[in-house]
Write a protein that binds this ligand. Sequence first.
Ligand SMILES: [Zn+2]
Length: 238
Amino acid sequence: MRTKDESEWIKIPNHHTPLVSKELFEKANASIKRFKIPKRKQHSYPLRGKVFCGSCKHAMHRSNETIYRCRFSYMDSSQPCYGMTIRESELESIVYEFLCKQFEVSLGIDGPNELKPVDKVAVRRAEFDNQIFELQEEKRKLYEALVIKQIDVNLYKEQKALIEQRLLEVQNTKAVVMTRLEAEQQEKERQHQQKDVLQSLVENKGLTSELVDMLIEKIFIYPNKRVEIVLKIKNDLA
Ligand SMILES: [Zn+2]
């Protein structure tokens, strides 16, 4: 129970006959030691809100700022997670080492001389657009030839059909190739992003709430101290 601040009290002066005089009340009141409930501190620690019991799936309670324990099975010795604890420092180092390993794995993603994925995609798109433009020009010239009666209608139709066929082929190829390249580009960008994040992990030389929030969805603790880390960022090698 918490008392509201006095400024929020509703006071009705002289509502009832006093049992004691005002002076006596104030004197007595001043001598009473008020029991203050301190405002609950918002503790900040890297794995905040991430640690769950792998057995019963409940959030694990962080007690005395040093140990995580599953309190759901606190009174139930039949539960597999009964009495299960893990030291915070131990868990943090497990998580940190795990993330560092992920970083090492991610280092060899691409060579330094490779074209930026954006460039590659743009170059390919320009090549296709150029081919399409050339074919449209050809079609336009063919029509001009018809207009100035350089060719007859039959030849025009025949040639026009051929150009349109090639145009269709180029457009289809463009669609297929560009879809694939764009997917590749997205994947590369994702990997770059991941690399940046993990780089900062190593530079920081420790876990921070920011990094944990960025990288980790949940951490499950199992009775045999097995730790399962669910990453937010999809990593094929995780
Ligand atoms: Zn549990």
